[in-house]
Design a protein around this ligand. Structure first.
Ligand code: AMP
Length: 209
């Protein structure tokens, strides 16, 4: 039986909010997580390691079994698919909303609205459901710049406090999805029936109730 357990964590806000939850479940990194450049960290638990990844890569590591567990935003699961692993719990951390946003009081767009986003699949489905035709522009970061630089009429992005939008003169318009982080589990890891892993999953799920 595979002994080591690897937990894939999404760097950024989700990582920050995952650490207290993991600590409550008895798992803490023993290396300085804020300053280290290491991506695979030891914990106080000899058999548990933490991998620090980009959100979009977390499902891949869990699907292939390189990581047993993952903590990842619902936005990533909906955008890139959630096949090939189990979603064990809504951890209720890193909550935010996926929203449309743009320049306030901008004149209604004539013709096809251009929407810039990282979340092209979710955005396409959202506007298709509304029967609205759009032109999608895929961006990888700094979405707030797109309306300011006339690249797009709207953006679809994650909004928490709204400070980033307002700092750039934008306002939120419509909520598309409520987002929080999910605990995902490799299917084979569950089948191995490692009682320690099952207890660990259970305690993370219970802590978030
Ligand atoms: P805020 O200014 O608090 O509304 O945060 C908005 C910025 O943080 C945007 O760049 C978002 O992409 C990012 N953001 C907000 N919430 C989250 C989250 N839960 N996970 C990842 N990124 C987020």
């Amino acid at each position: 039986m595979k002994k080591n357990i690897v937990v894939a964590l999404t760097k950024g806000r989700i990582l920050k909010e995952s650490l207290p939850l993991l600590a409550d479940a008895g798992v803490e990194p023993v290396e300085p997580i804020d300053t280290t450049r290491k991506l695979l960290l030891k914990t106080n638990h000899q058999d548990i390691k933490l991998a620090i990844l980009r959100g979009a890569d977390v499902p891949t590591y869990v699907r292939y079994g390189s990581a047993d567990l993952g903590i990842v935003g619902r936005d990533i699961l909906l955008e890139y698919g959630s096949e090939g692993f189990y979603e064990a719990a809504d951890l209720g951390i890193a909550s935010c909303r996926l929203m449309t946003a743009g320049i306030p009081n901008s004149s209604p767009h004539v013709g096809t609205v251009r929407v810039a986003t990282k979340f092209v699949n979710i955005t396409r489905e959202h506007f298709a459901r509304k029967g609205k035709q759009i032109e999608l522009v895929k961006l990888y970061g700094a979405l707030e710049l797109a309306p300011l630089m006339n690249l797009a009429d709207l953006i679809v992005d994650l909004v928490d406090t709204g400070d980033t939008l307002s700092a750039n003169g934008l306002v939120p318009f419509e909520e598309i999805l409520a987002i929080s982080s999910r605990l995902i589990v490799n299917k084979a890891s569950i089948r191995q029936n490692n009682s320690f892993l099952l207890k660990f999953i259970d305690s993370l799920a219970k802590l978030s109730e």
